[in-house]
Design a protein around this ligand. Sequence first.
Ligand SMILES: NC(=O)c1ccc[n+]([C@@H]2O[C@H](COP(=O)([O-])OP(=O)(O)OC[C@H]3O[C@@H](n4cnc5c(N)ncnc54)[C@H](OP(=O)(O)O)[C@@H]3O)[C@@H](O)[C@H]2O)c1
Length: 287
Amino acid sequence: MPTGHRAKLMDGRALARKILNGVAAKVERIKAATGVVPSLATVLVGDDPASVIYTRMKRKRCDDVGMKPLRVELPATISTDELVAEVKRLGADKSVHGILVQHPVPAPLDKRAAFEAIPVEKDVDGVSSAMLGRVILNMPSFPSCTPAGIMRLLEEYQVELDGAHAIVIGRSPILGRPMASMLINAHATVTLCHSRTRALPNLVRHADVIIAAVGKANFVQGGWIKLGAVVIDAGYNEGNIGDVDFDGALEPASLITPVPGGVGPVTIATLIDHTANAAAAQLGIEL
Ligand SMILES: NC(=O)c1ccc[n+]([C@@H]2O[C@H](COP(=O)([O-])OP(=O)(O)OC[C@H]3O[C@@H](n4cnc5c(N)ncnc54)[C@H](OP(=O)(O)O)[C@@H]3O)[C@@H](O)[C@H]2O)c1
């Protein structure tokens, strides 16, 4: 029976503005103390239209907070060795503090080889195995920006994670896996699901916090969601559609992220924040 209840929206744009205001102040302090402008290199291979837009947005956010974006564009015909060499060159460049290799990279390039070539102190997008290891072990790190941004959203909306049952749908190295680790580190009990999971809707029904990171439009149905659950939709499918059936989720959920305007803006703001923190660490500045 309909209850007339509607979930409160988690405003990712507002949180992103708050994070970026904080980053601008950090950048000012770094510049005042060292004269150095923090810099993020965005590496784009090929001309995938979505990747072109994402790298442009990331550079624009750098400009907004007074950081220096460095645009690196490489042809899709490049070899893995050449890509790795370029990433290593940026890794050795003292004026570059963070490196983002935009993914997906075109086939048959080995994106893992490119990620592993990023020195860990410049891995502001949290893609290397060394950084994932730090995240799992709850060591100081720059975790992958989407799960790190989701943790910020959960904190902003004071979602109790200690002892809660969280379900993560998706196990990719940049999203589902670090997400599950970060939730475990926050003392949630975590169920991690993937394409081989059996009876997934029944598992979702028990969750207090649902993180959808599947890459399938409207995958999570409203009828799967426990009354009062917090729903985070990390999905971004063609036509601005998330991984959760938003209309169906509005009634059972207590809090929900919209798509767009939820996880996406916080992800980018987190990347920019990581870059400022990386610059400060490399320059020996306490923020
Ligand atoms: N908002 C942002 O900033 C941001 C950033 C990154 C990604 N995203 C979005 O987040 C989504 C996931 O991205 P990703 O890079 O993690 O994708 P991915 O690498 O394709 O991983 C998708 C995951 O979903 C699982 N899956 C696929 N079909 C399933 C099913 N029927 N039931 C249960 N699990 C299933 C896969 O399982 P297997 O491992 O078994 O194949 C895999 O672990 C996409 O919509 C992407 O656009 C958003």
